[in-house]
Design a protein around this ligand. Structure first.
Ligand code: HEM
Length: 454
């Protein structure tokens, strides 16, 4: 009996996946048609706008999940990293499989990391190895999980409350809240404030863009990132030397690194400390800002969800607020895909009808956005729900390279947004100003909101 019930349920889910795929195919055709025939600017740019929007991406992945869950294109689409073909993996189980099998699917960032540090790799660019474990372990001793409630959240909460206090009913969210606060946090917590907040923001933004988003080595991005890396290295070298010349009692990551160096820990010479700090700082500023802005933007799209988040904020229920923001991010996560390269000829989803051979050298896009909408695992994925199990979210990566800052993100995004969400009649500003403006970068530069200041 149980077998029959399971069979029927699985047929029902399969039909729902196909129906959803067909619906989204039609939706994409309508959106693309509208982009071609209506609107300003070049048609190519208008079409790109459709397919790169979060709605467009979700629709494309729905079609793939239904009809080509493991798509293999025997063409090189990405030129920034050597590869022979491109695969897109869209189902929940298969995305996990790719990210779990790091010995078959390697990270590719190493060469770019070396250009940023002018020499050594950083652990996100390393395969699973003794060196990877050493470097991650060292940095976990320097940046500890219990720093989040003790040092990080109180600092961010205080800065966010001050920013909202000064805002007088209008706020440009990235410029006044989500970019300056992570930059200030880097100064306060890492002990490396940079020559200015703006310099830290500019350096980390272009380096992140170069490392993870620029898949075709745009010469302007490459040149900008190399310049930023040179300046950032110079600043950090000087900051480490200055701290050694004039020690301080600050409880920050830099001082902890220097204490570990003094204790003779391997991998903690000045150069290694600098390279580890570069990697962490790049991960911390543009990411936290973009994730917070995208989460807020998704809430502003959904009045009921916004009301729920505001209620949690007003009640100081941080856990409930974090659940709302995670769910908002599920609809538009910072990175919709995580990519790897096949180390050898292999297969994905072996022993299933969707099994696909993957030739050695294929760049594999594991679509985490798609996985979070796979109704085979995620119940009613189109609904905004805050009761989903944590395992259904892939917001900060998965497997060996899961985000080093995952616990920081989980606390900092709510802490930055809470004072804003406490304001009544929170809404988008009128017209274009109330929409995310990336100003030609992959990161939100402007999103104006209004509220009735208390
Ligand atoms: C909301 C903000 C953030 C998002 C969405 C995010 C996302 C991610 C993702 C998806 C990965 C996995 C990349 C891959 O597997 O290819 C990752 C790894 C990483 N992130 Fe984050 N991140 C965020 C914030 C941070 C912060 C605050 C830090 C530093 C304190 C950080 C440092 C790192 C590092 C060092 C890794 C590599 C971990 C390893 O290789 O073991 N990230 N992040």
């Amino acid at each position: 009996m149980q077998f029959i019930i399971n069979l029927l349920l699985s047929i029902r889910t399969g039909l729902a996946v196909v129906g959803e795929g067909l619906f989204n195919l039609l939706r994409l055709l309508v959106l693309a048609g509208r982009a071609v025939f209506i609107g300003k600017g070049r048609i190519k740019a208008r079409l790109a706008g459709v397919f790169t929007s979060s709605v467009g991406q979700r629709a494309v992945f729905s079609v793939l999940r239904a009809f080509m869950p493991n798509l293999l294109l025997r063409r090189t689409l990405v030129t920034a990293y050597p590869n022979v073909a491109t695969a897109i993996v869209s189902r929940f189980d298969d995305v996990h499989e790719v990210l779990d099998r790091e010995t078959d699917f390697e990270v590719v960032y190493g060469p770019k990391m070396r250009r940023i540090t002018a020499g050594e790799n950083f652990f996100l660019g390393m395969q699973d190895s003794a060196r990877y474990t050493r470097d991650v372990s060292n940095m976990r001793l320097a940046a500890r999980r219990d720093d989040v409630p003790k040092l990080i959240t109180p600092f961010v909460a205080e800065r966010a409350a001050t920013a909202i206090g000064h805002a007088l009913g209008e706020l440009d969210v990235p410029q006044q809240l989500t970019l300056p606060i992570p930059a200030q946090l880097v100064g306060h917590y890492f002990g490396t404030p940079g020559p200015s907040e703006q310099a830290l923001i500019d350096w980390t933004t272009i380096m992140f863009w170069y490392l993870f988003i620029d898949l075709n080595d745009d010469p302007e991005v490459v040149t900008g990132a190399e310049r930023a890396a040179r300046e950032c290295r110079g600043y950090l070298d000087q900051a480490i030397a200055a701290r050694k010349r004039a020690p301080t009692a600050a409880d920050d990551v830099l001082n902890r690194c220097l204490a570990m160096q003094a204790a003779g820990l391997p991998g903690m010479d000045d150069l290694s400390i600098r390279n580890n700090l570069i990697g962490l700082i790049i991960g911390a500023i543009p990411t936290l800002s973009r994730a917070a802005v995208q989460a807020l933007d998704q809430l502003l799209e959904r009045p009921a969800a916004l009301a729920q988040a505001q209620q949690a904020a007003c009640a100081d229920d941080d856990a409930a607020l974090a659940r709302c923001l995670n769910e908002a991010l599920r609809f538009n996560p910072l990175n919709p895909v995580i990519y790897r390269r096949a180390v050898r000829d292999t297969e994905i989803a072996r022993s299933s009808l969707r099994c696909r051979p993957i030739p050695k050298g294929t760049l594999v896009f594991a679509a985490n956005l798609s996985a979070m909408f796979d109704r085979r695992q995620v119940r009613n994925p189109g609904e905004f729900r805050t009761d989903r199990p944590r395992s259904h979210y892939i917001l900060w990566g998965y497997g060996l390279h899961t985000c080093f800052g995952a616990h920081i993100n989980q606390a900092v995004i709510p802490a930055m947004l809470k004072p804003l969400l406490k304001q009544s009649k929170l809404r988008r500003a009128e017209g274009r100003a109330g929409r995310i403006d990336t100003n030609g970068t992959p990161f939100p530069q402007h999103l104006r909101v209004s509220f009735d200041a208390k």
